[in-house]
Design a protein around this ligand. Structure first.
Ligand SMILES: C[S@@+](CC[C@H](N)C(=O)[O-])C[C@H]1O[C@@H](n2cnc3c(N)ncnc32)[C@H](O)[C@@H]1O
Length: 199
């Protein structure tokens, strides 16, 4: 894990990081899962699904260049209650510059208990996943589910996807699944699923 601080956010805000996103897709398409950042419309739908009480935080996993981060802030999540995790160092740097006040963690979402500050355990209202889990084998999907459960017991997570049906085999993963939003205003059109631990 490495925590990042913020310097000048001007340039990062202006260009939105589209070039950086494309370069990362060319370098590692499976890790990125998309050629372009998510749309503002998808971001608004995700922001509307956030659940957060009192001093709980929202954790965004796989924040990329911040398309969803921006929408979460615009949707009312205070910067000091937003934690974003991104594995690619250049992107984490970009996020730290673009979003002053947001806690940016450069780390691996599959190792969340190590990556997140210990004080956040059990204080996560909503976890949002932008990582293309559908492309991963089920043992890695299990690791992801266990990592979220370790830091946000019982809360589950939101996952946005281009799949028409559930991108995760939820029964095999011990989850319940519900598609809570869809928008054609994304390239490609996207759905938002909410998964929670079953029983
Ligand atoms: C589909 S992009 C989403 C980016 C952004 N949230 C958006 O919607 O435009 C997936 C992002 O997840 C990041 N990522 C992939 N694997 C990760 C991991 N294990 N831990 C943290 N971030 C990861 C990638 O680097 C990439 O930025």
């Amino acid at each position: 894990m490495s925590g990042l601080t913020i310097e000048d956010g001007g340039a990062a805000k202006r260009n939105g990081g589209v070039g950086l996103f494309l370069r990362r897709w060319m370098a590692n398409p499976l890790q990125m899962g998309s050629v372009v950042p998510s749309s503002p419309a998808l971001g608004r739908r995700i922001a509307a699904l956030v659940e957060r009480r009192g001093d709980e935080v929202v954790v965004e996993l796989g924040a990329g260049t911040g398309a969803i981060t921006r929408a979460l802030l615009a949707g009312g999540v205070p910067a000091e209650r937003l934690v974003v995790v991104e594995i690619v160092p250049d992107m984490a740097q970009h996020l730290a510059r673009a979003f002053p006040g947001v806690t940016v963690v450069q780390g691996d979402a599959f190792a969340l208990p190590d990556a997140l500050p210990a004080a956040l355990r059990g204080r996560i209202g909503t976890a949002i996943c932008g990582i293309p889990l559908v492309l991963l084998p089920i043992d890695q999907q299990r690791r992801f589910v266990a990592a979220v459960e370790a830091v946000a017991p019982g809360r589950g997570f939101l996952l946005y996807t281009y799949c028409i049906t559930s991108p995760l085999p939820w029964r095999a993963l011990g989850l319940t699944a519900r598609r809570e939003a869809w928008t054609p205003l994304n390239l490609p059109p996207a759905s938002v699923w909410r998964y929670r631990p079953a029983g």
